[in-house]
Design a protein around this ligand. Structure first.
Ligand code: ADP
Ligand code: MG
Length: 360
């Protein structure tokens, strides 16, 4: 199949740089996105996510570098010739037009005939389950409905690339989680390449084939959700993606030492800067001092917090170090949770034992 007939397109970004004065919003970014992939750009506010997305759309002109869609250079193409679908946090719908007119707008711009427009708008609205409200005014729609209309408008001309910038962040938690799953399903059905911007690590984990973590205009790590969570490249990633405590360890003869003992299963290199043990609350267990196959962390319970589906037990490990351990709330288990002040041994399975260095 030629690139023209495909539903999606690959994106190749090479050495992309964008500066504002002496400040680099994008600092030599290179990234290849596969045709049909759902890739998220994840990073805190100001890390350069929107700038990168706008460069892909053609609204930001980079100082240097290359952007290819399906192998074709796009750097000098104006936005309307890049043919990407776009969706933003603010719906940017036209309030004086009804639902039909809003969704039809990109088709009118592209010169589709009336019958074709009617058919495609119907289909796009059916995709987001709003085809029964086609004649309604925008002002009569709820926030969630407006976001669905914006989505229908973004996909109505069947773009091979869909760019989304925090499209769900204005919605409340329940609606946001529903829409996350809907967007995923829609992507599976339509198969276009998606670049999705979010600052919410959980949202990125939920939705993406791969996640590129951004900081200071750079990509720090790019990997699948599972690998990013299980094998963060450094402390910054470990703390940004998921809950974790990073506990300082010392290096001795290629071994990581914590509380006076060598950690089994930890891969360390001598050049690691400020190495720390990454501990996630759900990876810990209460064990006894003679349990094999685990690294042992000794401490004292400072708090037991009921959080509904799980309980969080806070443990003081001495020398100013604290960890949290999360256990599911089960009546069979909660009776065995230790109480505040109790001395405990926490087990971290050898295979879950990860030491990382500083750095971005
Ligand atoms: P994000 O979307 O990750 O929050 P942005 O890409 O919007 O980050 O911005 C990255 C950095 O570039 C920020 O520090 C922002 O202030 C700066 N920046 C973005 N656009 C401009 C601009 N037009 N002029 C000056 N600085 C800008
Ligand atoms: Mg942004």
């Amino acid at each position: 199949m030629s690139e023209d007939q495909k539903l999606s397109m690959s994106i190749d970004i090479e050495n992309l740089t964008k500066t504002y004065g002496s400040f680099a919003a994008l600092d030599d970014v290179s990234l290849s996105i596969k045709s049909g992939e759902f890739l998220s750009l994840l990073g805190s506010s100001g890390s350069g996510k929107t700038t990168l997305l706008m460069a892909l759309a053609g609204f930001v002109r980079p100082d240097a570098g290359s952007i290819r869609f399906g192998g074709r250079e796009m750097i000098f193409e104006p936005p309307h010739k890049r043919d990407v679908g776009m969706m933003f946090q603010s719906y940017a719908l036209f309030p004086h037009m009804n639902v039909f007119q809003n969704v039809a707008y990109p088709l009118k711009l592209r010169g589709y005939n009336r019958a074709d427009i009617r058919k495609r708008v119907q289909e796009a609205l059916a995709m987001v389950e709003l085809d029964h409200l086609i004649e309604r005014n925008i002002t009569e729609m709820s926030g969630g409905q407006r976001q669905r209309i914006a989505l229908a408008r973004a996909i109505v001309f069947e773009p091979k690339i869909l760019l989304m910038d925090e499209p769900l962040s204005a919605l409340d938690k329940r609606l946001r989680e529903t829409m996350q799953l809907e967007l995923r399903r829609l992507h599976e059905r339509l198969g276009m390449t998606v670049v999705y911007v979010t600052h919410d690590q959980r949202e990125a984990l939920t939705m993406s084939d791969r996640i590129a973590v951004m900081s200071n205009g750079k990509i720090c790590q790019i990997d699948t959700p599972v690998n990013l969570y299980e094998r963060p490249a450094n402390r910054f990633i470990a703390e940004f993606v998921g809950e974790s405590s990073c506990l300082p360890v010392t290096l001795n003869n290629g071994q990581a030492i914590f509380q006076g003992r060598a950690l089994q299963g930890a891969n360390v290199t001598n050049d690691m800067k400020n190495p720390s043990l990454v501990v996630r609350p759900e990876k810990l267990q209460f064990i006894t001092a003679d349990t094999l196959g685990y690294n042992h962390l000794h401490g004292q319970v400072t708090d037991v917090i009921f959080q509904g589906e799980s309980q969080l037990v806070q443990v003081d490990l001495g020398e100013g170090m604290n960890v949290a351990i999360r256990r599911p709330t089960r009546s069979s288990e909660s009776s065995r949770l230790p109480a505040r002040g109790e001395s405990v041994v926490l087990g971290l399975h050898v295979q879950d034992t990860l030491v990382v260095g500083d750095g971005q």
